[in-house]
Unconditional design. Structure first.
Length: 420
């Protein structure tokens, strides 16, 4: 797939019920945005350098936003910006100018929770849609109706919303519903955690979360530890959400936008997860009556997963089995090894930019959009000058490698961890 293809939007239809659900992907920087769109995202959400909840992400300058919008538009995709902090008084200064600059950069929508930010955007940047952030913890149809009456075309539901809740909301309110369908879950109520504030003076609701739920804790009774020192410590970390097995239910209950969590995640994670959901969504709409979950999709998801997976609150209230207790299980046995820059059909050699060490004799996998996938062993490799190599040791080094099948720019190469 080249960046000039797919110039028409993936969905058309009435505003408050998309004909095909939007696949919305995270993008922590410009490179991740391009991979997310290239691998099939209908829209991406990013953070600017102010007002977002991922202050440790690379985040986008206005120049990068414009470049990202231009790239996304070539695929018929959109770019949203998270402005979902709860603003303190000192945050309000400069807000109007910031929102006008987003509008000027071609951003399609902001994702906001604070009524002050919402009202300001509607007043000073009317071309920006305002989508209600999951930070508002919206769970019932009356609250959704309230926000629709306030002029918002879309609500991002709280992560605690079930299939039953969504069905009730869609029954009463004609509005776009966005729901998280993959990625990390917060152990607090829809991100309303203040442990980070108390432990480290880093405000979770202003982008500074220290992920204190992932820390190791001792448990005490009357100042006596419950466990010996050599035993594993306790955490509050939840398993990650994965709804690939329930795609028809998500579509049929009326979710308009399928949201993937992970602006801090790697290119490999974002591209792999987007690729799987893109294939699954398209397969369902091609033939809903005969849709079947492919085992390959599940395997691909597991190659990108950082933690064990579950279904969150969609089916039932999570219990103890849905949390991770030390030692944390590592679900992803694969490393991102390289990205294809070019392919010479005459010689059968691909030019790959190294992202992790790999070597001769090692088994690798190539994966690309729309189901491109094959395995092979590294049999021949040289540097950019044609000198033979036994290993790719240097970060971002350009390596020429013979491939069994043709590959395309932005195809990914990965290796199994520990595989010789």
């Amino acid at each position: 797939m080249t960046t000039t293809e797919k110039t028409t939007p993936r969905y058309q239809g009435k505003r408050n019920r998309l004909d095909k659900p939007e696949l919305l992907a995270p993008a922590g920087n410009l490179e991740k945005l391009k991979f997310a769109v290239h691998y099939g995202a209908d829209a991406v959400y990013i953070g600017g350098q102010k007002y977002g909840l991922r202050s440790n992400a690379d985040n986008f300058s206005f120049e990068e936003m414009k470049e990202g919008v231009e790239f996304a538009n070539r695929y018929g995709a959109k770019v949203f910006v998270a402005t979902n902090i709860y603003a303190h008084n000192e945050d309000v200064e400069g807000l109007e100018e910031y929102l006008r600059a987003l509008e000027e950069a071609g951003i399609s929508a902001i994702i906001a929770a604070d009524p002050a930010i919402i009202e300001t955007a509607q007043r000073v940047a009317p071309k920006l849609e305002v989508h209600l952030s999951t930070q508002q913890s919206t769970l019932n149809w009356q609250a959704v109706q309230f926000w629709k009456d306030e002029g918002l075309p879309r609500v991002v539901l709280a992560r605690e919303t079930s299939f039953k809740d969504i069905a009730e909301i869609k029954k009463h309110v004609d509005i776009e519903i966005e729901a998280f369908i993959h990625g990390a879950m917060c152990s607090s109520f829809s991100g309303r955690c203040v442990l980070s504030n108390h432990f480290t003076d880093r405000d979770s609701n202003r982008g500074g979360c220290c992920q204190s739920c992932r820390w190791k804790y001792d448990l005490f009774v009357d100042d006596m530890p419950l466990y010996p020192e050599d035993e594993d410590k306790f955490t509050m970390g939840s398993k990650d959400l994965c709804m690939i097995e329930y795609l028809p239910e998500l579509i049929e209950v009326g979710v308009d936008s399928f949201k993937i969590e992970g602006r801090m995640k790697s290119i490999h994670y974002v591209a792999t997860v987007v690729n799987v959901y893109r294939q699954a969504i398209d397969a369902y709409f091609a033939d809903p009556e005969h849709f079947e979950l492919k085992q390959q999709w599940v395997e691909e998801i597991n190659k990108a997963a950082n933690r064990p997976l579950n279904t969150g609150f969609f089916l039932d209230t999570p219990g103890a089995e849905d949390h991770i207790y030390e030692p944390e299980e590592k679900a992803a046995p694969y490393d991102f090894a390289g990205v294809v820059l070019a392919y010479d059909a005459k010689t059968g050699y691909a030019t790959v930019q190294q992202r992790n060490h790999f070597k001769l004799g090692q088994e690798i996998e190539f994966v690309g959009p729309e189901g491109t996938f094959f395995k092979q062993t590294v049999t021949e490799m040289t540097d950019a000058d044609g000198e033979s190599l036994d290993a790719a040791r240097h970060p971002l080094q350009h390596i020429r490698i013979r491939t069994l099948k043709p590959v395309k720019p932005m195809d990914m190469m990965r290796k199994k961890i520990g595989k010789k």
